[in-house]
Design a protein around this ligand. Structure first.
Ligand code: KG4
Ligand code: ZN
Length: 342
């Protein structure tokens, strides 16, 4: 007799995307995300506006996810939600919704660390190869840059992290200096594709261990552009693609230096990337090329599982469910949730 399928509703609301997903075992039935265009005019996410938009979006988004999955609320076995890290006001919306719904339906709650969700998105089953344990995941998002040693779905250790800005933050802040709208990362990526990555040289701050630093790069780009625009006010406009390609090349060189060092020190050859910046085409190409050179098996998420989404939260919740690790009604959102489970 076959075992009953496990149906999980996932909720993600840590930043500026309201997302709901329904999974059945390890396959996705639906994954619906509502973005928030309102922040564009401010050049960054405005927390108060984000939490208000989550409040407006959450019920329609969950409704749409259930409809697309053709699953009724009664068929859901558990609710997984992002407990943190993220913006407090945003997290509270998803957390409260998950708690209230789990209480009403009398089903278990699964509290997921957003960063674990990004990594465990590799286990969404779409017939692709999945990493073997242990593997290394370079997690690069707007708020984090981490080199994670993944020994099992529930045993994840940060081996290196940024001591200042995250890689996505570096993309976005430099994009802003160049005059690109928020979030600038995808636009830098697009322009970089037609630019010369070796045209300009920027500083590559190097830190000890497996850690990262990106704030020096941002400052070096700022000073360089200030100097150039004094001589030629159209410098940025005339050289935009080359600036973007050179900046992206520098960020990737910084990222890969520590990644290759860690992989070699630990003799690990299964290497994954995750998080919003893993959508970057230069990063994806460079991982494939480095993998060929070093004999790695590389794992690159599908675009829809790179940026924030609830499918990754649901799949991370599935691993908690299988181990019987449930949250209770006293659980609360944590803006600075420690990476390792307490
Ligand atoms: O993981 P994510 O969606 O949200 C956070 O948890 O932070 O990551 C968002 C970040 C932003 O900094 C955005 O600019 C960056 O990912 N990003 C990219 C690309 N797509 C998204 N950065 C560079 N190239 C891209 N194609
Ligand atoms: Zn994220």
């Amino acid at each position: 007799m076959s075992q009953k399928a496990l149906v999980i509703l996932g909720i993600e609301s840590s930043c500026d995307d309201t997302s709901a997903a329904v999974i059945k075992n390890d396959t996705i039935l639906s994954n619906i995300t509502a973005g928030q265009a309102i922040h564009e005019q401010y050049g960054g996410v405005v927390p108060e506006l984000a939490s208000r938009a989550h409040q407006q979006n959450i019920i329609p988004v969950v409704d749409a996810a259930l409809k697309k999955a053709a699953v009724s609320l009664e068929e859901i076995d558990a609710i997984a939600f992002t407990k943190g890290p993220g913006l407090m006001g945003s997290l509270v919306v998803g957390t409260s919704f998950a708690k209230a719904t789990a209480l009403a339906l009398n089903i278990p709650l699964l509290d997921v660390n957003h960063m674990h969700g990004h990594i465990l998105a590799h286990f969404i089953n779409e017939g692709q190869a999945m990493p073997n344990f242990p593997f290394i995941c370079l997690t690069v998002s707007g708020g984090h840059t981490q080199l994670v040693l993944v020994k099992s779905p529930l045993d994840l250790t940060v081996m290196g992290t940024t001591i200042d800005d995250a890689a996505g933050e570096a993309f976005d802040k430099i994009a802003k200096i160049i005059g690109l709208p928020y979030p600038g990362g995808p636009l830098v990526d697009k322009l970089a594709q037609v630019g010369d990555p070796n045209r300009f040289e920027f500083s590559k701050p190097s830190v000890g261990g497996y850690d990262y630093s990106f704030s020096g790069l941002k400052t070096s780009v700022l000073y360089f552009l200030q100097k150039q625009t004094k001589e030629n006010p159209n410098f940025i406009e005339e050289n935009k693609a080359d600036i973007c390609a050179s900046v992206q090349h520098t960020i990737l060189t910084i990222l890969f230096k520590q990644l290759t060092k860690l992989a070699s020190d630990l003799s690990i050859t299964d290497i994954a990337i995750a998080g919003g910046v893993s959508a970057n085409s230069g990063l994806r190409h460079r991982l494939i090329a480095t993998g060929e050179e070093k004999g790695w098996r590389v794992f690159i998420p599908k675009f829809e599982y790179c940026t924030d989404n609830a499918a990754m939260i649901a799949i991370a919740g599935k691993f908690l469910y299988e181990k019987g690790i449930f949250a209770d009604q006293t659980v609360s959102a944590l803006a600075r949730l420690p990476f390792e489970r307490q």
